[in-house]
Design a protein around this ligand. Sequence first.
Ligand code: PGA
Length: 253
Amino acid sequence: MAERPYIVGNWKMNGTRAMLSEARAIDRAAQRYMKVEVALAPPATLIHAVHREAEQIGIGAQDCHPGEAGAHTGDVSAAMIADAGAKFVILGHSERRQGHGESDALIADKVQSAIAAGLRVILCCGENAETRDAGKAEEFVLGQLRAALPKIEDAGDRLTVAYEPIWAIGTGRAAKPSDIEAMHGAIRELLDEMYGEAESAKIRILYGGSVDSKNAPTILAVPEVGGALVGGASLTAEKFLGIVVGGSETVEA
Ligand code: PGA
């Protein structure tokens, strides 16, 4: 992979201030692997604190509400997470689609709000095992993307796509390189069609689902894989940095 891989840790609902030392260790180590762009999405409660610790890594959020402000108890807006120090937001993660009933239409609204607030978006997509077994994975994933990708001029500066097959998340069973290559190729064709090849080329397509330090070098070397979205293996600096090192090794000298 010639371009700079983007390795993003998604802490999900994990982490209290006691974990700030891990974020600091990740940040300091990232300064030694400048060939890799490293980022972390801690829970909303830690965005500001991690932002204050970080000198090198990008900080993001895991979700935002589509509205600007108002009577939405328990929610946070895109402007609020940006104010806390987030530079990007993960949207459409399967755990939000499933656990919170998020529809493609809601995710499309969130994408628009996040971009309006000046955030970059990591838009997640991915099929479940049933859909894959039925041979409909590609059609399903491209449908999710068509429904939520925004019609904007500067897509290349704003968007990252993350392909995360649901059956691979947190299972220790990452997708096969050949399946990742086929899906990422199909996603690239859609991005070319929507944004034109020049803008599309700037949009990285991450793979997510049981990425660890062992499989990272293989996965990151797959054509059209521009990085990884990492859950479980991002919770300690030691495990996460193993992936960052793997990413660094796949970059051509
Ligand atoms: P995992 O999660 O690395 O724990 O499989 C990936 C994700 O959900 O982003």
